[in-house]
Design a protein around this ligand. Structure first.
Ligand code: BG6
Length: 364
């Protein structure tokens, strides 16, 4: 077909409306406003007994893990956090019986993540896998889990698998929430949100030529910031990671709220900022921080919702369709994939095989 000559990363980005549909298929219970994840191997009583959730992954999988932890805290009100699997094992971690451990990996072969799983199981902990490759080492080592159904992902820079990881965490958070205090009304609200994702992703993909222009502008800069707050912060981390990996430009992710405590000193007309500004309870504070950047002549790209009024702010605007607040991060991430892709292409790099990186790192 006409996509045959395009880099794999590009075709994988375009596949997302259908790969998200696959991740949802057969897993939504509209009547009871919940999700059914057959492979968890945990009954409702065991799900209710979970006191803490710890998510482990590497690279982009770690950043999606951070998004997933936020979702679980928000929807199920269970304390949750994410940690780099590559660090976990080396600090003699305390393994608790009422903590649910979750290992997240596209390939299922990342050695750091696999070793973390083995360490937890050796110490008597229970681990779920959020994995794409069926029958992979991590899929075989865990007590249960969620397959991503993203299909084969070849490009080193992960896109459709990450999106499905977020979908998988949404389903897990929904199921954990519904056996606790999450209302059926909220459950149904989230199910409608999940069902709207494929069409909304389609809509974002249509704005590709605008994103190509944004990318061309960013590619001129040697160094840039990606900023966001709370739900938007892991989105910023993932955006910066993608840009670094394939365009080789320096990109640093920061919490928007922390800019004034240091990095504002670096802002100038040659250091752009990509800001994640969803329509939520933090919009006004986010916009106020952008004025601080603008006052220092820092060029701005704002990834936001059509409902957000940026006032007089001098910025390149990227609008994504609004979903439920809890699901917005998934859509805010999609334009960042295309921005990284087009920046790398504009700079003439091999998008699918970035220097120094492997698709999965299977030796320590
Ligand atoms: C890194 C890749 O080495 O491994 C990243 O460059 C990826 O793109 C990370 O996110 C984790 O891989 P996996 O297969 O465990 O999700």
């Amino acid at each position: 077909g006409e996509l045959a000559d395009e880099p794999r990363m590009f075709t994988e980005i375009l596949e997302q409306p259908s790969s998200v549909e696959r991740a949802l298929r057969g897993r939504l219970d509209e009547r009871f406003g919940t999700a059914h994840l057959g492979g968890l191997n945990l009954d409702p009583r065991e799900l209710r007994a979970i006191r803490r959730v710890k998510i482990l992954g590497c690279g982009s999988a770690y950043y999606v893990g951070q998004m997933g932890a936020g979702l679980i805290e928000e929807l199920a009100r269970i304390p949750a956090d994410a940690e780099a699997a590559s660090e976990f094992r080396y600090r003699n971690p305390i393994i608790e019986p009422d903590t649910l451990y979750v290992a997240v990996s596209q390939s299922g072969e990342t050695i750091d993540t696999l070793l973390a799983v083995q360490e937890i199981r050796r110490k008597g902990g229970r681990v779920l896998g959020v994995v794409n490759v069926v029958g992979s080492a991590i899929a075989r080592a865990v007590d249960g889990g969620i397959y991503l159904h993203a299909g084969p992902e070849i490009a080193v820079a992960s896109t459709k698998a990450l999106t499905n990881m977020y979908v998988a965490f949404s389903l897990l958070a929904l199921q954990l929430g519904r056996v606790r205090d999450l209302s059926i009304a909220d459950g149904k609200r989230l199910i409608s949100g999940l069902q709207a994702l494929p069409t909304q992703i389609e809509e974002i993909l249509k704005s590709e030529s605008h994103l190509e222009e944004v990318a061309a502008r960013l590619a001129e800069a040697e160094s840039m910031f990606f900023v966001g707050r709370v739900r938007g912060y892991p989105v910023a981390r993932e955006g910066a990671q993608k840009l670094k990996e394939i365009s080789y430009r320096h990109a640093e992710a920061y919490q928007t709220s922390e800019l004034k405590h240091g990095p504002l000193a670096l802002i100038s007309e040659s250091v752009p900022t990509v800001a994640i500004v969803p329509q939520d309870e933090l919009t006004d504070r986010n916009v106020a921080a952008l004025h601080e950047i603008s006052a220092r002549r820092g060029p701005l790209v704002v990834v936001t919702h059509p409902e957000v009024d940026l006032g007089e702010l001098d910025a390149l605007r990227v609008d994504v369709p609004k979903n439920e607040v809890e699901l917005d991060p998934i859509l805010l991430t999609i334009p960042l994939q295309l921005i990284a892709f087009h920046a790398a292409k504009a700079l003439g790099h091999d998008v699918d095989k970035p220097r120094n990186l492997a698709k999965s790192v299977t030796v320590e």
